[in-house]
Design a protein around this ligand. Structure first.
Ligand SMILES: Nc1ncnc2c1ncn2[C@@H]1O[C@H](COP(=O)(O)OP(=O)(O)OP(=O)(O)O)[C@@H](O)[C@H]1O
Ligand SMILES: [Mg+2]
Length: 355
C-alpha cells in the first residue's frame, strides 16, 4: 500500500440510503491445473461475500494482491458469472443471463480498468470507442454524436482534436479519460473502478481522481472503487471494505475504518502507512506470506498471519457482525479503541449459532 497526499477532493456523503448494488453470499472459483495430479485444483477467489452499495455512494474495496478484488469486480459484470450467490443492480438480478438482462447490462454496470492501453481497442478511433455503448440505446446518429462530444468535453478532452485519434496517439492520462468517457456515456447505474489511476504518473493521478470526484458529484454516480492507494480511497470513498483471501474482514465508513480499525488485518494494512495510524495505537505487522487460495486456512482465513489468533480462530469461522454503528467486523477478538483486542473470550455474535 502506498500513501500520497494528492490533495483533498473528497465530497460530502451523498448516499441515498437506497440500495443500488446488493451482493449476497457471492462465490467465485477458478479451476487450475494441479501439479502432479490429473484433477484440477479450485482457487477460492471470492468466498461468500455479501455487501450493499447505496445509490450515490462510493464503496472502496482494499486488500493485498490476490485477495480477490478484481475477481469480485469481474463477477459483477458477469465475466465470468458467479459460481454461487446473488447480484442485484438497480433492482435487476444480473446473475440471470437472459436476453433482457444482457440488453440492460451496459446501462446497469460499466467498468474502468487499471491499464487503459489494454482496455481500449487500438484500431478504433476515440469517437467509435466512446459511442459504442450507445449503439443499443435507440438514439439517432446526431444524438449519439452530441452525447459523445459532450462526454469527451466533460472528461477534459477536446472532441474536435481527439475524437478521430487512436488510443496510441494519446497520453496515458488521455487514454484513461477516454475509458472514463466510454464507461459513463450511457449513464450506467453502477461504475466499477479497478485501480483507475495506478498506471498513471503522480500528477496525472491527482487530475483523474479529481475528475472522478467531480463526475460523481455532478451526476450522482455510484462507484465500486478498487484501490491499493489509501489516499485515493480517502478522497473518493464513503465506505471501505477490506478483503483478505476472498472474504470481507471489515466494513466501515472511511473515517471510522481509518481511525479505529477493528480487524487486525485492517490495522496491519494501515500500520504500513505512518500517516494513517494514530500514534497511540500499536502498529501491527502482517506475519509471513498470504496462504494459497487453493487451500485456505480453516476457521478464520487470516489467523495464520494474525498476532492475536487463538485456538477458536482455527476451528470457527468468524461472522461479519456490527461492533459499532456502521462498522462490521469478522473477527472473534476485534480491536478496541486502543488498538488491542477488546475481549479475551470470543464474542458470541462472531461464533454464529451459540447455544
Ligand atoms: N482466471 C483465473 N484463473 C485462475 N485463477 C485466477 C483467475 N483470476 C484470478 N485468479 C486467482 O484468484 C485470486 C484472486 O485474484 P484477483 O485478481 O481477484 O486478486 P486482486 O485482489 O485483484 O489482486 P491485485 O491487487 O494483484 O489486482 C488469486 O489467487 C488469483 O491467482
Ligand atoms: Mg486486481
Amino acid at each position: 500500500m502506498a500513501a500520497r497526499n494528492i490533495g483533498s477532493v473528497n465530497s460530502p456523503h451523498q448516499s441515498s440510503g437506497e440500495p443500488l448494488l446488493v451482493v449476497t453470499n457471492l462465490v467465485q472459483e477458478f479451476s487450475v491445473p494441479k501439479r502432479g495430479s490429473l484433477r484440477n485444483a479450485t482457487v477460492s477467489a471470492v468466498a461468500d461475500v455479501s455487501f450493499v452499495v447505496d445509490r450515490g455512494e462510493t464503496l472502496a474495496i482494499v486488500g493485498e494482491t490476490g485477495s480477490g478484488k478484481t475477481s469480485l469486480a469481474r463477477t459483477l459484470l458477469g465475466a465470468p458469472p458467479p459460481k454461487k450467490g446473488g447480484i442485484t443492480i438497480d433492482g435487476h438480478d444480473v446473475t440471470k443471463r437472459n436476453r433482457a438482462t444482457r440488453k440492460a447490462q451496459s446501462r446497469l454496470v460499466q467498468m474502468i480498468f487499471q491499464d487503459p492501453s489494454s482496455a481500449l481497442d487500438p484500431t478504433w478511433s476515440v469517437q467509435r470507442i466512446v459511442s459504442e455503448p450507445l449503439q443499443k440505446l435507440g438514439l439517432s446518429r446526431q444524438e449519439r454524436d452530441d452525447r459523445v462530444a459532450d462526454t469527451l468535453r466533460r472528461v477534459g478532452l477536446n472532441p474536435e482534436r481527439h475524437s478521430r485519434r487512436r488510443p496510441s496517439e494519446l497520453s496515458g492520462g488521455q487514454q484513461q479519460r477516454v475509458a472514463i468517457a466510454r464507461a459513463l456515456v450511457g449513464r450506467p447505474a453502477l461504475t466499477v473502478l479497478d485501480e483507475p489511476v495506478t498506471a498513471l504518473d503522480a500528477a496525472t493521478q491527482s487530475q483523474v481522481v479529481e475528475l472522478l470526484a467531480e463526475l460523481k458529484n455532478e451526476f450522482g454516480l455510484t462507484y465500486l472503487l478498487i484501490a491499493h492507494d489509501l489516499a485515493v480511497v480517502q478522497q473518493l470513498a464513503d465506505r471501505v471494505a477490506t478483503m483478505y483471501l476472498g472474504k470481507i474482514c471489515e466494513e466501515a465508513s472511511v473515517a471510522t475504518l481509518f481511525s479505529t480499525p477493528a480487524h487486525p488485518y485492517t490495522a496491519a494494512l494501515l500500520s504500513a502507512i505512518p500517516s494513517f495510524t494514530p500514534d497511540e495505537r500499536p502498529r501491527l505487522r502482517l506475519l509471513g506470506e498470504p496462504p494459497s487460495p487453493i487451500d485456505p486456512p480453516t476457521g478464520c482465513r487470516f489467523r495464520t498471519r494474525c498476532a492475536f489468533a487463538q485456538e477458536v480462530c482455527a476451528t470457527v469461522e468468524p461472522r461479519l457482525r456490527e461492533v459499532a454503528p456502521g462498522q462490521n467486523v469478522a473477527c472473534h477478538f476485534p480491536l478496541g479503541a486502543d488498538g488491542t483486542p477488546s475481549t479475551t473470550v470470543p464474542a458470541p455474535e462472531s461464533l454464529g449459532t451459540v447455544a
